[in-house]
Ligand binder design. Structure first.
Ligand SMILES: [Fe+2]
Length: 207
């Protein structure tokens, strides 16, 4: 969901909106508030200015999945956010992965940027597994879940999924004061590398 905000949001206002959506994820790095539920994403901080490949947030974390809210603080337009709705994949593609299970852990290139050593120890110990075919716990929709850039298995051929995703992109062009809220179970997403100063606030939440 896209919301065009008529004014510049204060951090406390963003925090309140995010909290109204669900139970927030508490994290450690790049946090902006005392409750540690809002993170700053920026060109010289979290995720830097490099490519962020196709993924579902928190694929490597245990428990229910997290929805995500992002707010455009500065120049989000420098890199549009790309989405693919994985509840819309054709039956034939789902059939190819009907028994597949993905193993997830935080990708190496994100270790220093995103996590403390303690978080990494916990996440790697959890060895999260997720079936490729899941049913949405609220809508009941069947979803092909394969977080391409965070999955660790190499025994599955992911090319058919990559090809589908690349040809079924919804591209979001950011405008000033926009925020986006999405269902992270359905919406695989990515962002391309960019140049310049870009900053967003993010909260993740359980629904
Ligand atoms: Fe993400």
């Amino acid at each position: 969901m896209k919301v065009s905000c008529p004014k510049v949001l204060k951090l406390s206002e963003f925090e309140t909106i995010a909290r109204s959506l669900g139970k927030p994820l508490v994290t450690s790095k790049h946090v902006l508030n005392a409750d540690r539920t809002v993170q700053e994403l920026s060109n010289n901080g979290l995720f830097s200015d490099k490519d962020v490949g196709w993924h579902h947030d928190w694929s490597y974390g245990r428990g229910n999945y997290f929805g995500t809210i992002l707010y455009n603080v500065k120049n989000a337009h420098l890199s549009p956010t790309l989405f693919c709705d994985m509840s819309k994949v054709p039956e034939s593609l789902k059939q190819m992965y009907s028994n597949a299970v993905g193993n997830y852990s935080p990708p190496k290139h994100l270790h220093d940027l995103c996590f403390t050593e303690k978080q990494l120890r916990i996440l790697e110990k959890q060895k999260v597994q997720r079936p490729f075919i899941i049913n949405h716990h609220i809508t009941g929709e069947e979803i092909l879940y394969c977080s391409i850039s965070t999955i660790q298995n190499n025994k599955y051929n992911l090319l058919p999924i990559k090809e589908y995703v690349e040809s079924n992109i919804y591209k979001y062009e950011w405008k000033e004061n926009d925020f986006l809220i999405w269902d992270n179970l359905k919406m695989m997403h990515k962002r391309n590398a960019f140049k310049g100063e870009r900053m967003l606030w993010r909260s993740q939440f359980i629904i």
